[in-house]
Design a protein around this ligand. Structure first.
Ligand code: SAM
Length: 350
């Protein structure tokens, strides 16, 4: 296929996902208002903000395409979509919605099925984040998670995750370092999508992933074990106490974790990331934009934590993560922003 045609196909594919996400959200809100109406807390977004958002999305897709074109990762990654999961779990997502609406209506944010063991997890974690049934603690939740995130971001979650790949490759570009010697850890790897992308960009590196959720790690293992080559090593662990040696990883990444942590815990996790990163190594954090990045997007950020159960998001949006990174010992901290995501690239002194 010619490059122009591939690009057009990619743009059309992404546009399709965007429309799908919008339609799903519109239909589910209408249905919720009929079946289980709850107090409306969000405010409508002005058209000029929506237009700006669309421009930022287009820009994200453009840089995603450009990185694939210059070989940072294979173009096939642009079309990576868990179709089997989509057909299998999309109907279940709808079937799950009535109990989600009921929890929203009655403001129940810490409800788990009786067979779920919540003992031993930090209290900040035992939550129905995004009103998800069983929080992060069941296979049902793990099976629905990627679909829910795709719908939330209109298909742009993976392009946002892929923004870390060029940064990662740049930091690991030392002639003395053989690709097989590279060790990369993804903290709070969830269902493994970021590790899948890192594997495609760094086929020979040793990859490691940790998460608190056994169900999400099981799902990640299912995804990653389909890829030929070395299997990333997955471990269940609290990011506040990473089970690795000091100075072990050339790079550490973390995607969409920090907005789900209380402020003090954010600092503990950053301190741990610093400890396990090699001197001269890099930590790359990808998370939501913050208020200071786009004050005009304030309403979208406010609507987000009001609509989805995100108890620490409001604090996150004004938290000074640069200061936290510096407190831990990181230096030369760069920041990038793409669409709704912000990237902190922090170096451990060599
Ligand atoms: C929003 S999800 C992001 C998952 C994945 N990184 C992604 O890109 O989709 C947040 C993840 O962080 C994990 N998590 C939350 N708090 C954690 C902690 N203290 N230690 C380890 N994992 C944690 C959850 O289990 C969940 O998988």
């Amino acid at each position: 296929m010619s490059d122009t045609l591939t690009k057009l196909t990619y743009q059309t594919f992404q546009q399709g996902k965007n429309y799908f996400g919008l339609t799903h959200k519109m239909l589910s809100v209408r249905l919720m208002n009929i079946i289980s109406p709850s107090e409306r807390q969000t405010k409508p977004i002005p058209n000029e903000v929506l237009l700006k958002l669309q421009q930022k999305l287009n820009h994200l897709l453009e840089v995603d395409w450009e990185d694939a074109e210059r070989g940072v990762y294979p173009k096939s990654l642009l079309f990576d979509n868990p179709w089997e999961d989509f057909f299998r779990y999309y109907p279940i997502l709808w079937l799950d919605l009535p109990q989600v609406w009921d929890r929203i209506k009655h403001k129940r944010y810490q409800e788990f099925s009786p067979d779920i063991e919540t003992f031993g997890y930090p209290s900040y974690y035992v939550q129905n984040f995004h009103h998800q049934t069983d929080g992060y603690l069941s296979d049902l939740s793990a099976n629905l998670y990627d679909l829910q995130v795709e719908i939330l971001f209109g298909g742009s979650a993976d392009p946002m995750r892929r923004r870390i790949l060029a940064l990662l490759k740049e930091t690991l570009h030392a002639p003395s370092l053989h690709p097989r010697q590279i060790r990369v850890l993804d903290v709070a790897c969830g269902t493994g999508r970021t590790l899948k992308f890192i594997r495609a960009a760094l086929p020979q590196a040793s990859l490691y992933g940790t998460d608190l959720s056994p169900a999400y790690l099981r799902k990640a293992n299912e995804l990653l074990s389909q890829i030929p080559g070395e299997l990333p090593q997955l471990l269940q662990a609290n990011a506040e106490e990473l089970p690795y040696l000091d100075n072990y990883f050339h790079a550490v990444t973390s995607v969409f974790l920090f907005h789900e942590l209380p402020g003090a815990v954010r600092q503990h996790v950053i301190d741990e990331c610093f400890r396990v990163t090699k001197p001269g190594g890099t930590l790359i954090i990808c998370d939501s934009i913050q208020m200071s990045d786009f004050p005009e997007m304030a309403l979208i950020m406010e609507n987000f934590y009001k609509t989805y159960h995100e108890p620490y998001y409001q604090h996150y949006t004004t938290d000074n993560l640069v200061e936290r990174l510096e407190n831990a010992g990181f230096e030369n901290i760069d920041i990038q922003v793409h669409f709704m995501s912000k990237y902190f690239i922090a170096r451990k002194p060599g």
